[in-house]
Design a protein around this ligand. Structure first.
Ligand code: PEP
Ligand code: MN
Length: 338
């Protein structure tokens, strides 16, 4: 339920109304003073709330019922785009953010060199997996804590904020020391205990869509994080499983405008895992920006043939640099910058 307040309602009146609502109906209140309107979102069991009782308050302009099960992630609750600060960067604003780097951190030298390469090409963040959730237990599992340390050192060298994937709630303290953005991978999108833990910290979370999950399920997973208090959630479309076998996954381009309409959260796209082949990364990345994505996550490797994971979909430094130049033209045409 959303209460739209009359224009000019002051902060004190908003607070008094929120206190009354919490005491009377045992619901959580979420006041948003936006550029167009001031609203109070009500979260919890709202079935017993009396509209007539609420309308007795002179500040109320109108009451809107929210049918969707996601509330805090809902654009109706927060009409303006959410912009998430990461270091000096802002995700969800006019500037397109690009997180680039290897699938996995392989050595200190590798990640340090790649960080400098992607920064030079215009990337805004450094990605790299330290704990790798591989399909096979016999594949490279990542350098784990050592990998996080090397990512942090690459950050010190370049200033690029670090995005890296958590796979288990027990790693949380370590990630708070080393990661600027904590990634939840496709395979863990519905690891609800992990999501709840991430909701209790104050660190941006990059939540990837599970490859067999619907858009609404992605939003419900965001709601799990937000319901615990952390509203810094960045959504990521990374391709879904379909009957098509020509690509590793099918990039759901429609998910971008659909998500932008349903939620105020920033939406980025990972064309690397969607495509599974380096030659497809450029067209998918360009399409994502044209469709309204707020950013990209792209795998880059000095020597894709020798990569310990996801080499076939990794761009070489030259290909990444060329892509960034093309993306800046698309971004400009869409009223964005990169
Ligand atoms: C990754 O980004 O390293 C990754 C494993 O991606 P996903 O979870 O989307 O498969
Ligand atoms: Mn990968």
């Amino acid at each position: 339920m959303i209460l739209v307040l009359k224009q000019g309602t002051n902060r004190e009146a908003i607070d008094t109304l929120c206190d009354w609502l919490t005491t009377k109906y045992n619901v959580k209140t979420n006041p948003i003073i936006g550029s167009e309107a001031t609203i109070i979102g009500l979260v919890g069991d709202t079935s017993h709330i009396s509209a007539q009782e609420i309308e007795m308050h002179e500040e109320i302009e109108r009451i809107v019922k929210v049918q969707e099960p996601y509330k805090r992630a809902n654009r109706k609750f927060h009409p303006d785009d959410t912009i998430i600060k990461v270091g000096r960067e802002a995700i969800g604003g006019k500037k397109i953010v690009v997180a680039a780097g290897p699938c996995a951190v392989e050595s200190e030298e590798q990640i340090a060199e790649l960080a400098q390469i992607v920064r030079e090409a215009g990337a805004t963040m450094l990605r790299g997996g330290a704990f790798k959730p591989r399909t096979s237990p016999y594949s490279f599992q990542g350098l784990r804590a050592e990998g996080l340390l090397y990512l942090r050192r690459a950050h010190s060298l370049t200033g690029l904020p670090v995005v890296t994937e958590i796979t288990n709630p027990s790693q949380l303290d370590l990630f708070l020391d080393y990661a600027d953005v904590i990634q939840v991978g496709a395979r863990n999108m519905q690891n609800f205990e992990l999501l709840k833990e991430l909701g209790r910290i104050d660190r941006p979370v990059l939540l990837k869509r599970g490859f067999s999950n619907s858009i609404n399920e992605l939003l419900m997973s965001a709601e799990y994080i937000m319901s615990e208090g952390n509203s810094k959630v960045i959504l990521c479309e990374r391709g879904i499983r379909t009957f098509e076998t020509s690509t590793r996954n099918t990039l759901d381009i429609s998910a971008i405008p659909v998500l932008k309409a349903k939620t105020h959260l920033p939406v980025i796209v990972d064309p690397s895992h969607a495509a599974g082949q380096a030659s497809l990364v450029e067209p998918l990345a360009m399409a994502a920006i044209a469709a309204g994505a707020d950013g990209l996550e792209i795998e880059v490797h000095q020597n894709p043939k020798l990569a310990l994971s996801d080499g076939p979909q990794s761009l070489t430094p030259d290909a990444f640099t060329a892509l960034m130049k093309k993306l800046s033209v698309i971004a400009q045409a869409c009223g964005r910058e990169i």
